[in-house]
Write a protein that binds this ligand. Sequence first.
Ligand SMILES: [Zn+2]
Length: 90
Amino acid sequence: MEPIPSPQEILSTKKGKPCLILDGYKYRIHRTTKCYIRWTCTEEKKSKCKGSVTTNLNHQVLRQVIHSCIPNPAAIDVKRKLAVVQKKST
Ligand SMILES: [Zn+2]
């Protein structure tokens, strides 16, 4: 599988877990293997969204499953700002 060039970023949640941001969607880690990380949409439970992403360990996107939820870029902006604040305070 060739990596798909796609702008993505990794933020961390309040609990210190990584959170993947891609195309206005937020993902949390579903499972990690030696080669891949499988991410699922954070709206999975709330919106019954099947959206997910598989990346390699460098967070390059290998595979994407289409979402049934609506992306929420505003919420991600808030999260990004919080992450910056957290970085400054450590
Ligand atoms: Zn989704």
